[in-house]
Design a binder for this molecule. Structure first.
Ligand code: SF4
Length: 329
């Protein structure tokens, strides 16, 4: 069985974009691989954050991932900083990675624009930590969105740089692109993201979701109820494609194109289908929230297993490098 690694930052609530763009796919893949799902808190600290909220965010994210179907008993769901080998290997990889490779990363350029007052070394080194996250478990498969493909290519290069210098240790992992295209935010202008205020969180109530869907922009050509529209020009149609049964999609497409259905009715149908998908997840999420010790125990057990797997790789790496391995952890 091949090994799969992927990570998600504890930066806020899981939203529809995370769910369709990543988590739903991970749930489908998890039993076909030896799967590692990491809550990557070391990545999250490269931008401003509130330390007092960090553990709550980690806990909420763990509950969210389990509610969506990640199985912490068969997959390794764990917190990155609880496995020190990730940081060890990052430092080792720093010594084989040319700085120019990092400076050309699109995400580094974007983030250093967004966080001009805090362009720290961690922002630049982020992809090396990512390479360490993946390679410490010798993962061969990394499910990612298109915006992360450049980082997986860098991981492959880091693997080559190390292997050339010290001998074969690491595989060259492949990116596994999710089939779902990037989920557009409610404003229709950009990728869904909590920081842009254009997201629908998975565990929001019906009322909260309706408050977001009701005023959402539709096809601008539908000024009056009697104006026919083009569903493909409407963000909400792209959500119907994700949530609504095929027969209903057909009805809505036709209704919109012929002005047979108004936008409010269309949004109400969408709300029903969103709730059909998210209601069971939300119920599970709040049940898990009432069992913090159980969740903590699962994260601890998985971190321990990850520490052992990571220590085996670090031992092998240090031996190749002429460094003294620690035999006890
Ligand atoms: S009817 Fe539906 S798909 Fe058509 S413009 Fe209105 S909200 Fe969008």
């Amino acid at each position: 069985m091949k090994t799969l690694f992927t990570g998600i930052q504890p930066t806020g609530e899981l939203h529809m974009g995370n769910y369709f763009g990543a988590v739903k796919n991970w749930v489908m893949l998890q039993d076909s691989y030896k799967s590692y799902f990491s809550i990557v808190d070391y990545h999250a600290i490269t931008i401003e954050y509130e330390p007092a909220e960090m553990q709550k965010k980690i806990f909420d994210l763990a509950c969210g991932l389990i509610a969506c179907g990640i199985n912490p008993d068969t997959s390794r769901l764990f917190v990155q900083s609880e496995v020190p080998g990730h940081a060890d290997l990052t430092w080792i990889f720093n010594s084989v990675t040319p700085i120019g490779e990092l400076e050309r990363m699109t995400q580094y350029k974007d983030k250093s624009q967004q966080h001009r007052k805090n362009i720290n070394v961690g922002l630049l080194d982020y992809p090396v930590l990512q390479a360490a996250d993946i390679l410490i478990y010798k993962a061969e498969v990394v499910p990612v969105g298109e915006d992360q493909v450049q980082h997986i290519e860098l991981t492959r290069e880091v693997s080559r740089y190390f292997n050339r210098r010290y001998g074969d240790v690491f595989p060259e992992p492949d990116a596994l692109l999710t089939k779902t295209p990037r989920i557009v935010g409610l404003d229709g202008s950009a990728k869904m993201s909590k920081s842009k205020g254009n997201s629908i969180a998975l565990f929001e109530s019906r009322e909260e979701i309706w408050e977001k869907l009701r005023p959402a922009a539709t096809d601008p050509a539908r000024i009056k109820r009697t104006d026919p529209g083009t569903p493909e020009k409407c963000t909400l149609w792209s959500y119907h494609v994700l949530f609504s049964p095929e027969a209903e999609q057909k009805e809505i497409h036709e209704g919109c194109s012929t002005a047979g259905i108004g936008c409010i009715d269309c949004k109400k149908k969408l709300l029903e289908n969103v709730m059909n998908e998210f209601d069971p997840l939300r119920e599970k999420y709040y049940t898990l929230q009432s069992k913090p010790q159980e969740i903590r125990d699962k994260l601890d057990t998985n971190a321990q297993a990850c520490r052992q797997a990571a220590a085996a790789t670090i031992r092998e790496v240090k031996e190749k490098m002429g460094l003294k391995p620690l035999w006890k952890i």
